[in-house]
Ligand binder design. Structure first.
Ligand SMILES: [Zn+2]
Ligand SMILES: [Zn+2]
Length: 459
């Protein structure tokens, strides 16, 4: 029943509040008139505050003074109006900006009974993770899902999300990377066809009121406040989330008071590991891939003085052998290199013997297109920096790292890189080779970690 006529002030206020619930938005982001806003119950605040002579951004909560700058402002006519550089990519927040918010602590969402439309089955290990999440949905708090690369972590979430929806809850899956949002959103929409699912990332066109399930980059959470009953943080150890305190604060701020936080990762950082191992953080390990086969264990191969050889424009012999072997098979290859600079000097000599090789790195404008061609097998060998250490799944793949002892290849980077191989049920045994001048502690730890998971998964 509709108690309001479409244009009555109550009706407008209701629409406006619904738009704003659980969010903190700039005046410019609100499709309402000043009059409508004035008459609404929305709470307003200044974009940038000065507290004891120090600036604080009210949206991203940044308080690092060097991240504030000033400009001659057209709106407030001040010569130096200060703004936050930290969250500038989401639209400028300055001293004269107005932010609007509406607490959604008590806002209700539709109750969905049996909303999950999925015919698949979980592996025994996945089922264990799924049970832990179901349990956590009741208890709230924090839960770490420590799942090896290729464990099938998306499916692990399905039942838990379904249960949260039967309670009329709102759920967010946050990830540091846009490609994950793009990959995940259609899958979630597919299995929850009745529920409104929104994908949020830099440049996404979501002008409407976002849905009951949000798939978002962690950055987009700056715009949320007290919105979610459950926040799932995917790849909790990945850059930039793991390095930026403000992103971690944004995740906390986006959650309601008594919320559940689920952290997903194959490679928890030291802090998470320690909290899990000392019993301070509830956790469940998924040491086996969905197909039931163990993780490929990296092999170390000495490539003495590889640096010097490359400088002379020569390919080190062990690499040459690896390339030749790859060439004779129907497999694809990933070759990881420590830096973009090395990548550029190194590529021509590879292409000499391997004409279909391509390179890709973080600043490459054709990155997406090349990865697509690689997936389609038009490119047989992709030489790359660590940007492809996560997320890319290609069948029949062998992986190698040149200069595995370099600092950029941390334990978790090496575990993620090794985790690219053998992910498909019909090809579980890709090879992983670490070429090195000397062995690093990170290399040893990565192999130890993989062996440990294989042992636990074999029980
Ligand atoms: Zn800010
Ligand atoms: Zn101003």
């Amino acid at each position: 029943m509709n108690f309001f006529d479409e244009t009555s002030p109550d009706r407008i206020n209701e629409t406006l509040m619904r738009f704003l619930y659980g969010r903190i938005l700039l005046r410019e982001e609100l499709p309402f008139s000043d009059e409508e806003l004035r008459d609404s119950a929305a709470v307003r605040s200044a974009g940038v505050l000065r507290v004891n002579g120090r600036f604080v951004c009210n949206r991203c909560e940044n308080n690092e003074q060097q991240l504030f700058a000033s400009f001659s402002c057209f709106r407030c006519k001040r010569e130096s109006c200060h703004y936050c550089r930290h969250c500038i990519m989401m639209g400028r927040v300055s001293e004269c900006s107005e932010l609007f918010e509406a607490s959604s602590e008590h806002e209700t969402w539709p109750v969905h009974n049996s909303s999950l439309s999925w015919e698949g089955t979980l592996s025994p290990w996945q089922a264990k993770g799924s049970e832990a999440i179901l349990d956590a949905i009741d208890k709230k708090g924090e839960l770490l899902i420590w799942a090896v690369c290729g464990a099938g972590k998306t499916e692990i979430l399905f039942r838990g999300i379904e249960k949260a929806l039967t309670l009329g809850e709102r759920i967010c899956i946050a990830t540091p990377r846009t490609d994950v949002v793009l990959e995940l959103a259609p899958r979630i929409k597919d299995v929850f066809p009745e529920v409104k699912v929104s994908a949020l990332y830099g440049g996404s066109e979501e002008k409407d009121c976002p849905g009951q399930i949000i798939i978002s980059t962690t950055h987009q959470l700056y715009r949320f406040k007290q919105a979610f009953n459950t926040v799932i943080v995917d790849e909790v150890d990945a850059f930039p989330y793991s390095y930026e305190q403000t992103l971690q604060n944004a995740v906390k701020k986006a959650a309601r008071t008594n919320a559940l936080f689920i952290y997903l990762t194959a490679t928890p950082d030291k802090k998470l590991k320690k909290r899990a191992e000392t019993g301070k953080l509830q956790h469940v390990k998924i040491p086996r891939r969905f197909h039931g086969r163990p993780l490929p264990v990296p092999k170390f191969k000495s490539s003495w003085n590889w640096h010097k050889e490359l400088k002379k424009g020569k390919l080190p012999k062990p690499i040459l052998n690896w390339l030749r072997t790859l060439q004779e098979t129907d497999r694809s290859g990933f070759l990881f290199i420590p830096s973009i600079k090395l990548l550029e000097t190194f590529l021509p000599s590879i292409q000499n013997i391997f004409p279909s090789a391509e390179s890709v790195h973080s600043e490459d404008p054709n990155r997406k297109e090349k990865v697509l061609r690689f997936r389609n097998k038009e490119i047989k060998l992709l030489v790359t920096t660590t940007i492809l250490e996560r997320g890319v799944t290609v069948p029949k793949l062998d992986v190698a790292v040149l200069g595995a002892e370099e600092d950029i290849f941390t334990e978790s980077a090496l575990v993620q890189i090794a985790g690219r191989a053998g992910r498909k049920a019909d090809d579980t045994n890709g090879s992983v080779t670490f070429f090195h001048h000397v062995k690093s502690e990170a290399m040893n730890r990565a192999v130890r970690q993989i062996n440990l998971m294989n042992k636990e998964g074999g029980k």
